[in-house]
Design a protein around this ligand. Structure first.
Ligand SMILES: Nc1nc2c(ncn2[C@@H]2O[C@H](COP(=O)(O)OP(=O)(O)OP(=O)(O)O)[C@@H](O)[C@H]2O)c(=O)[nH]1
Length: 576
C-alpha cells in the first residue's frame, strides 16, 4: 500500500487557501477517503473544517505577541518556532494515525494529510521552523506543495510573473514537487495562465496588448502603476523565457474552491506528483538523510575521541589555564594542542592523578569508550521512536528504576525488621509497650504475632508485585513502571498503596510520640516518613501518572508557564 501523501497548501494572503482546503477536505470525505488535517496557521480566527492537529491548541498566538512584545508577523513566526520544537511528536503522531489500524484491519487507511499554512507565505516558507516542519514531513511522507494563486488577480502579465517568481523561489527553497492551483476559476478561467506557461508567443502577445492599451501592470487591463513602462515589458519578456524550464517541473490545475470545479483534476495531479516524489525526490532526500547521519556519526566519533582525551588530561588540574590569546582557531589546531597537553601530562608523571580520579577503570579506554558509544547510540535511535521515548534516556531510566527498587527493598526490609521481634518475642514487645506491669495475655501474644506475620506478608508481596524479585526466571529484562509493561502490571498500584501505608503509619506514630513521648515512636516516625518520601518521589518521577513527564522531564504543573493557552484549555474542558 502506498504511504499517505502530504499536501501542503501555501499561497499569498487572500488567494483562497483555507477555502481550497475546505473544498478538498469535503471532496475526500465525500469519497469516503477521510484525510488527516493539520492547521499551521496560528493567527486564523476560525477554520471552516475540523483539524486533527491544530497549532492553536498548543500555542496562543495573541499571548505570544503580548509576552514577546511582537507584531503580527513576528507573532506568527515565533508561534511556528515554538511549534517546530514539537516536530518529533507531530511526525510520530502522523505516522501512528496513518499506519494501518491493527485493531480494525478493515478500516480504510488515511491516504492524504492536508496541511494549511499561514497567509504570510514568507513567514512559513522562509523561516527555519517552516523548513524544519517541511523537511521532517518530507522524510516521512511523500510531500507535495500546492501553491494557490488568485486567478483573477494574476490575469495581468506583471502579477502573473510575480506569482511565478514567487512559486519558483518556493520550489527552489523547499525542493519539493509543486502543483500550481489557479483558484477562483468561477470568476476567471485559468486557461490564459496555462497558455502563457506553455506558449511563449501567447505571453508575448498579451504583453504587447497590455503595453499598447496602456493597461500594463494592472489586473483586467485597467491601467496601473508602471503602466506602459518599456523597461518592465522587456524584463517580463526575458523572465518568461527564463522561466520556461521551471514551468516544465510543475503541474497546473484550475480550481474553483467555491463550486468544486477542477478538484478531481487536482487529485490526479497530486497522484502524479506523489509518484514523481517517490521517483526523483525520495532518493535525493534519503541520500541527504544518510549523509547527515554519517556526518552525525563521524561528529560523534570526533566528540568521543575528544572526550577520551579530556578524560586523559582531567587529572592534570595543575595545568595553568589557557590564555584567551592562545585559543586555537581551527579544529586541527585544537586537536594538536590537546595531543601536546596529553604528552606533557604523561611526561610529568601526572597519570597517577588521572588513575586516582578515574578509579578502577583507569586505562580501560576501550571499555569506557564502548560504554559512551552505547550511551550515545542509545540517544540517537530513541529520537525516532517517540512512543518509546521513556527509553530515550537510558541513564535517566536506570536511575529512576534504581530508586524504585531501593524503595521496594527498603519497604520490605523495614517491615521485616518490625516483624522479627513481634514473631520471635511477642511477650517482650507487648511488655515494652505496656504502661503497667502485668502478665501478657494469650490474646495479646496472638495479635502481636499476627501483626508480625502481616508485616512479613506485606514485605514479600511488595517485592513480588513490583517485580523487584521476578516470580519466574523467564523474565530476563528488568522490570519497568511503564503502563504497558506486562512484566509487573501491579508495580505502580503497589507503590501507591504502600506509600500511603507508610505515610499513614508515620503520621500515626508521630501522634503517639507527641502524646506519649516514647522514643520507639520517634524511630517509627523516622523510618516510615523516610520511606514514604522515597515512595512520593517514585510516584512523581517513576509512575505513569506522575506530575513530571517521563517523556521530556516537563513539570506538568507548570506547562502553562509563561502563558497559558486558555482556548485549548476550554476545548479540553468541553471534551473536544
Ligand atoms: N469566487 C471565489 N471566491 C473564492 C474562492 N476561493 C476563495 N474565495 C474567496 O476568497 C477570499 C479569501 O479566501 P480565504 O480562503 O480566506 O483565503 P486565504 O488564502 O486562506 O486567506 P488568508 O488565510 O488570510 O491567507 C474569501 O472571501 C473567499 O470567499 C473561489 O474559488 N471562488
Amino acid at each position: 500500500m502506498p504511504s499517505p501523501v502530504s499536501v501542503v497548501c501555501v499561497g499569498m494572503a487572500g488567494s483562497g487557501k483555507t477555502t481550497f482546503m475546505q473544498r478538498i477536505n469535503s471532496y475526500l470525505h465525500e469519497k469516503k477517503n477521510v484525510p488527516y488535517v493539520v492547521n499551521l496557521d496560528p493567527a486564523v480566527h476560525s477554520v471552516p473544517f475540523e483539524s486533527n492537529i491544530d497549532i492553536r491548541d498548543s500555542i496562543n498566538y495573541k499571548e505570544v505577541m503580548k509576552q514577546y512584545n511582537l507584531g503580527p508577523n513576528g507573532g506568527i513566526l515565533t508561534s511556528l518556532n515554538l511549534f517546530a520544537t514539537k516536530v518529533d511528536q507531530i511526525i510520530s503522531l502522523l505516522e501512528k494515525r496513518t499506519s494501518p489500524n491493527s485493531e480494525n484491519p478493515s478500516a480504510k487507511p488515511i491516504e492524504h494529510i492536508l496541511v494549511d499554512t499561514p497567509g504570510q507565505i514568507e513567514v512559513f516558507v522562509w523561516s527555519a521552523s517552516g523548513s524544519i516542519l517541511l523537511e521532517t514531513m518530507a522524510t516521512s511522507f511523500p510531500t507535495v506543495i500546492a501553491y494557490v494563486i488568485d486567478t483573477p488577480r494574476a490575469s495581468s502579465t506583471s502579477t502573473f510573473m510575480s506569482n511565478m517568481l514567487y512559486a519558483c523561489s518556493i520550489l527552489y527553497k523547499t525542493k519539493l514537487p509543486m502543483i500550481l492551483v489557479f483558484n477562483k476559476t468561477d470568476v476567471r478561467d485559468a486557461e490564459f495562465a496555462k497558455e502563457w506557461m506553455t506558449d511563449f508567443d501567447a505571453f508575448q502577445q498579451a504583453l504587447r496588448r497590455e503595453e499598447d492599451s496602456g493597461a500594463f501592470g494592472a489586473e483586467g487591463g485597467a491601467g496601473g502603476f508602471g503602466a506602459g513602462s518599456g523597461y518592465m515589458g522587456s524584463l517580463l519578456n526575458s523572465m518568461s523565457l527564463m522561466l520556461e524550464e521551471f514551468y516544465r517541473h510543475l503541474s497546473v490545475v484550475g480550481v474553483s474552491s467555491m463550486t468544486g470545479d477542477g478538484v478531481e483534476e487536482f487529485f490526479e495531479a497530486v497522484e502524479t506528483k506523489r509518484q514523481e516524489f517517490e521517483r526523483d525526490y525520495k532518493p535525493e532526500l534519503e541520500r541527504k538523510k544518510k549523509e547527515r547521519e554519517e556526518q552525525t556519526a563521524s561528529q560523534r566519533e570526533l566528540e568521543l575521541g575528544k572526550l577520551m582525551k579530556d578524560m586523559s588530561v582531567s587529572g592534570s588540574s595543575r595545568q595553568p589555564p589557557r590564555k584567551p590569546a592562545e585559543e586555537p582557531e581551527t579544529v586541527s589546531e585544537a586537536e594538536d594542542e590537546e595531543d601536546e597537553i596529553i604528552k606533557r601530562g604523561l611526561a610529568d608523571g601526572e597519570d597517577s592523578d588521572y588513575e586516582d580520579y578515574v578509579g578502577p577503570h583507569a586505562g580501560d579506554d576501550e571499555g569506557l569508550s564502548q560504554r559512551y558509544q552505547a550511551a550515545l547510540s542509545g540517544s540517537q535511535s530513541a529520537a525516532t521512536d517517540q512512543d518509546n521515548s521513556f527509553t530515550r534516556n537510558p541513564y535517566q531510566r536506570t536511575v529512576i528504576m534504581d530508586v524504585f527498587r531501593a524503595y521496594t527493598y527498603s519497604t520490605a526490609a523495614w517491615l521485616s525488621l518490625q516483624s522479627l521481634p513481634l514473631i520471635t518475642g511477642p511477650s517482650m514487645m507487648v511488655t515494652m509497650l505496656l504502661d503497667e506491669t502485668r502478665p501478657v495475655s494469650p490474646m495479646e501474644i496472638y495479635f502481636a504475632r499476627c501483626l508480625g506475620f502481616s508485616f512479613l506478608t506485606i514485605a514479600v508481596l511488595t517485592v513480588m508485585l513490583t517485580g523487584s524479585i521476578p516470580l519466574t526466571a523467564d523474565i530476563k529484562e528488568s522490570v519497568t513502571t511503564e503502563e504497558d509493561d506486562p512484566k509487573a502490571p501491579y508495580a505502580v498500584p503497589t507503590l501507591m498503596v504502600t506509600s500511603i501505608f507508610h505515610a499513614a503509619c508515620a503520621f500515626y506514630a508521630y501522634t503517639w510520640y507527641v502524646t506519649g513521648g516514647q522514643g520507639l515512636f520517634a524511630v517509627g516516625v523516622a523510618g516510615y516518613s523516610s520511606i514514604a518520601a522515597i515512595g512520593l518521589w517514585c510516584m512523581l518521577f517513576a509512575s505513569s501518572h506522575g506530575k513530571i513527564s517521563r517523556r521530556n522531564g516537563a513539570d506538568k504543573r507548570t506547562t502553562g508557564f509563561p502563558f497559558k493557552n486558555s482556548e485549548a484549555a476550554k476545548k479540553h474542558g468541553k471534551g473536544l
